[in-house]
Design a protein around this ligand. Structure first.
Ligand code: GCB
Length: 604
């Protein structure tokens, strides 16, 4: 890889935008690039696949004239669902926003730029850089190879301490939208409930006017108004509420009310109105020393860890894949997943709310290993990322816990201050949910564990440790749980376990990388989990839902193969082991779930 600046200039291909008139003599080579998508796997060019540095996207769009006029004129906003990693955005040559971080949305008020320009053409230019440093989230580092006898001049590599391909591009939808000049900026909703009555507490913030009125109405799924309120802060009382329940915990999971917030404001003689509709699920979450309670009932996470990852589009949003994955989750009997190892698209989270899939919502704090990544600069950025994440997902009933990181070097002494601060900050932002991070450190050395509400522990017995020795699992896994519980008396989730398998590779007796070995390893883990889930183990999340791409390396065969589904979403033998298990666990609960047939999947 050569450090010379490759100026890669892309065109957005997005149905929202009109085609961009190409003028490649001014810009150098321009290639078509779909949005949303990662750019890495779109062409046949290996230098683009592994490219590190700046790329440019550009698109011209025509705005409706009514967006540009009026007294007061509407507010015009340009919003990115996410772009990896560092973005600078210009409209008509004027910089409108810059944003650091690849998995969360950002937006810019572009009214003054587009309303000040003659005509209604709007040129959107994005410079995007995927370089990771010790202070980004996730962290990484650039290593220059100075030995001229082995590498070309200016040769460098990007090193990371996480196990997935660092796909880059504009990964989620880009939209232009308008609001009135005075508008609803934010809504926060929390809920409490007893048997026959629930309270929905709300807080609404308005920007652009001080003289405004707010009215709220909450509708049930039949469209009936069940409560009304007014003003920026208040409480709605719902009699005989339909609670939001996870999938397989109730015959009607994922019940969502609809909260309509209506604002009216006087501005310069005009009456402005803004209306926003928010799905609201009424549910509570509590953690005891050995249980995770949803609506007061013990909840056991039988679920998966996922990735946003697929052939060709990399981490780009892909609706057919999303819906396929939810059908597979429901086929599997999974009631939960962790957004390993970064926040997932809002479109995915919307379906979790609607289907009742409980989510451990994880920040991009993965691979925090270098001592410099525990310093103040990294810490401040981590706090800012938690603010963005909580602001985005705070109203989602599916989000039952925040995870601030995955497998940091929490045995290092600075991890104590670091995690104490990140967790306290997250709790201050959202006192209604438990907070954790996922650890693979030794229970006796972990400096972050004292601050979490739930211990989430990853282990790979008989894979990375004692490879090939399935017989050690019962002893080692039992000791793992007992040591953690004795030390902290907090509920424990087995947040990762698993084995790679290459589909179609078989051996009996089971050998590593075969489908039989993956099945056998899972079964060994399950026999211990079955004992401990009667005590204080509150969940198990397989690593991983599907095979996914990683950097190339001697332990990765076209990526990580620990999926129970292939990257193309075909089940391996292990998927059937897990499916039997998850449905068995679901059927043990006092509330029998509906029998699921492939036909009934389509009826909801
Ligand atoms: C882990 C990591 C995950 C890896 C997995 C593995 O502990 O959290 O990101 O992909 O192990 O397969 O090595």
């Amino acid at each position: 890889r050569i450090k010379e600046q490759l100026i890669v200039k892309f065109l957005f291909l997005n149905s929202l935008f009109l085609p961009f008139p190409r003028n490649s003599c001014q810009t150098g080579p321009v290639i078509d690039m779909p949005v949303p998508a990662s750019f890495n796997d779109i062409t046949q060019d290996p230098s683009l696949e592994n490219y590190i540095g700046w790329v440019w996207y550009e698109k011209e769009v025509l705005l409706p004239l009514r967006w540009l006029q009026g007294d007061p004129a509407p507010r015009v906003v340009l919003r990115f669902g996410s772009a990896h990693y560092y973005s600078i955005v210009w409209v008509n040559g004027v910089q409108v926003v810059e944003h650091e971080g690849g998995h969360l949305p950002f937006e810019a008020d572009i009214s003054s730029v587009v309303q000040g320009s003659p005509g209604s053409l709007c040129r959107i230019t994005v410079a995007l850089n995927n370089t990771l440093t010790p202070h980004t989230l996730p962290p990484g580092s650039i290593q220059y190879m100075a030995d001229k006898s082995r590498y070309p001049k200016n040769y460098f590599v990007q090193n990371t301490k996480f196990d997935f391909f660092n796909y880059a591009g504009i990964h989620r939808p880009v939209v232009l939208y308008t609001t009135p000049a005075a508008y609803i900026d934010d809504i926060t909703v929390t809920t409490t409930s007893s048997d026959s009555v629930a309270m929905v507490q709300y807080q609404v913030s308005v920007v652009g006017s001080t003289a405004n009125s707010l009215s709220l109405s909450l509708r049930d799924q039949e469209g009936k108004v069940v409560a009304t309120g007014d003003g920026p802060v208040g409480e709605l009382k719902v009699l005989n509420p339909n609670l939001w329940w996870p999938y397989l915990m109730h015959e009607n999971p994922g019940y969502l009310y609809s909260l309509e917030v209506r604002m009216q404001a006087q501005l310069g003689g005009a009456l402005l109105e803004d209306v926003y509709t928010l799905p609201v699920g009424i549910r509570t979450v509590h953690v005891t020393s050995s249980q995770f309670l949803i609506n007061g009932r013990p909840f056991y996470f039988h679920g998966v860890n996922k990735h946003e990852d697929a052939d060709i589009r990399g981490k780009g949003l892909d609706w057919p894949l999303i819906v396929k994955d939810f059908n597979l989750l429901r086929w599997l009997g999974a009631n939960s997943f962790r957004t390993s190892h970064y926040p997932y698209a809002e479109e995915i989270m919307d379906l979790c709310d609607a289907y009742g899939i409980a989510v451990i919502d994880e920040s991009p704090g993965v691979g925090i290993k270098l001592p410099e990544s525990f310093g103040n600069r990294s810490l401040q950025h981590h706090l800012a990322v938690m603010e963005e994440l909580v602001r985005r997902d705070k109203n989602r009933p599916s989000v039952v816990m925040w995870s601030v990181a995955n497998e940091p070097a929490s045995e290092l002494p600075p991890a104590a201050h670091y995690f104490k601060t990140v967790i306290a900050h997250t709790k201050a932002l959202d006192p209604s949910r438990p907070v954790t991070f996922v650890t693979d450190a030794n229970y006796a050395l972990d400096h972050g564990a004292p601050y979490v509400d739930v211990i989430c522990v990853n282990s790979y017995f008989s894979w990375y440790h004692d490879p090939g020795h399935l017989e050690v699992i019962p002893l080692q896994l039992t000791a793992q749980f007992e040591n953690w519980y004795k030390t902290y008396q907090k509920p424990i989730i087995q947040s990762e376990y698993g084995a790679d398998s290459v589909p179609g590779l078989h051996s009996d007796p089971p050998m590593m990388f075969t489908e039989e070995y993956q099945q056998a390893l899972l079964r060994e883990y399950h026999s211990v989990l079955d004992k401990k889930r009667k005590e204080y183990v509150i969940g198990e999340l397989i690593w991983n839902f599907a095979d996914f791409m990683t950097n190339q390396g001697t332990t990765r065969v076209l990526g990580n193969k620990k999926g129970i589904f292939t990257r193309q979403r075909q089940p391996k033998a292990a998927a059937f082991v897990l499916r039997d298990r998850y449905w068995k666990i679901a059927n043990e609960s006092s509330c029998l779930p509906p029998a699921i047939t492939s036909h009934s999947l389509f009826l909801k």
